[in-house]
Design a binder for this molecule. Structure first.
Ligand SMILES: Cc1ncc(COP(=O)(O)O)c(C=O)c1O
Length: 400
């Protein structure tokens, strides 16, 4: 009898983490590798946030807290939702977990019965389908083409919704494409959802603050208050506050769901790190000006990467509105031959070729549910990005 549970066969390890680990390994073995796989800002956590954590340790904030977050942090999150999104959540409508990923995981554990469907626009963040599968749910994908800016069309959404649909997961700005929905685009989506009262909405707003060219971020409840009672508005400090390692994510939603989520957490990890929670209070309540400074750098890098990739033979790179990813097509490289005689048959082959020949680590589009593409994270130094895009151009030029 197999020792490992069958549910483990349904999922795969995170491919983005796998690429990052492989790049790290090759580097440690002395190879000249540029990792463009990781989804985290290269900027350090701002000093005031670090200072708040040190102060929390000195003060003795080193004990268990409320399972789903301290009152101080819930109040800071409440103020954030009001200030930035115009949504009034009470503190019992707010939950805090060890990262946004845990919020999603808890929500799915708390709500999915075997066979329940979760609609996921593709390309998607790698963890959505696998979390759903772990919880015995069934992911239902809605393809979002490049021609539509990788954004879901209302008619396609309507077709995917059915009597078994329990959730839809929205993510704007998106990992892996950087696509962000304008207010009108999101309104078209919420108009459909209003007509399907059995469907709950999980909106992953993790990249809210990472938008460029004066793009205005909006979230479903802000646009359509009628969805408030069946929407989980998820967010976190990982990306905008450069706090990926601190592990704090949070969400606002109806008290009944928030309570169910806390029940799951109470029997798994209990409270998120007390020190990280104190740091998150400082992040959400403190100065926000560094976000605009970081965004100016990210925008420059996005433009650099899009420009250079569009000069690479066989690649075409759409310019996204936000996040720190681009999702170029490598359709023009498919079917071509490498200098040592291998045929590039897929985006998996293409990223393997980039890593082998030029030491550039990117993630294949197949991992995100739309091929033939690949994802590049431009949350790395401008110098490294220039170098990496030069290498990609060279690798593409060698294909025949
Ligand atoms: C779209 C999206 N949602 C959620 C997360 C998880 O964030 P956290 O580090 O807070 O768990 C990520 C991280 O990569 C992400 O890209």
């Amino acid at each position: 009898m197999a020792f490992l549970a069958e549910r483990l066969d349904r999922i795969k390890p995170s491919p983005t983490i796998a690429v990052t680990m492989k790049a790290r390994e090759l580097k440690a073995a002395g190879r000249d590798v540029i990792g463009l796989g990781a989804g985290e800002p290269d900027f350090d956590t701002p000093e005031n946030i670090k200072a708040a954590a040190v102060e929390a340790i000195r003060r003795g904030d080193t004990k268990y807290t409320n399972v789903d977050g301290t009152n101080e942090l819930k109040q800071a999150i409440q103020a954030k939702f009001q200030r930035e999104n115009g949504i009034a959540y009470k503190t019992d409508e707010i939950t805090v977990a060890s990262g946004g990923k845990q919020v999603i995981y808890n929500a799915m554990v708390a709500t999915l019965n075997p066979g329940d469907e979760v609609v996921i626009p593709a390309p998607y963040w790698v963890s959505y389908p696998d979390i759903v599968l772990l919880c015995e749910g069934k992911p239902v994908f809605v393809p979002c083409s490049e021609a539509n800016g990788f954004k879901m069309q209302a008619a396609d959404l309507a077709k995917a919704l059915g009597p078994k649909t329990k959730w839809i997961i929205l993510n704007s700005p998106s990992n892996p494409t950087g696509a962000a929905y304008t207010r009108d685009e999101l309104k078209a989506i919420t108009d459909v959802l209003v007509r399907h009262p059995q469907v709950w909405v999980l909106t992953d707003d993790m990249y809210e603050h990472l938008v460029y060219d004066n793009f205005v971020f909006t979230t479903p409840v802000q646009i359509e208050p009628r969805l408030r009672d069946r929407t989980l508005t998820m967010n976190g400090v990982s990306k905008a506050y450069c706090m990926t390692g601190w592990r704090i994510g949070y969400a606002g939603g109806p008290a009944s769901l928030i309570k169910a989520i806390a029940k799951v957490q109470s029997q798994s990890t209990s409270n998120p790190c007390s020190i990280s929670q104190a740091a998150a209070v400082a992040a959400l309540g403190g100065p926000q000006d560094f976000i605009a400074q970081h965004n100016a750098v990210f925008k420059e890098r996005r433009d650099l990467v899009v420009g250079m990739l569009n000069k690479a033979k066989g690649l075409a790179c759409h310019k996204p509105e936000g996040a720190f990813y681009v999702y170029p097509s490598c359709a023009g490289a498919i079917g071509k031959q490498t200098p040592d005689g291998k045929i590039i048959a897929s985006d998996d082959d293409f990223v393997a070729y980039l890593l082998d020949t030029e030491g550039v680590a990117a993630v294949q589009g197949s991992a995100f549910g739309l091929s033939p593409y690949f994802r590049i994270s431009y949350a790395t130094s401008t110098e490294a990005l220039k170098d990496a895009c030069g290498r990609i151009q060279r690798a593409c030029a060698k294909l025949s």
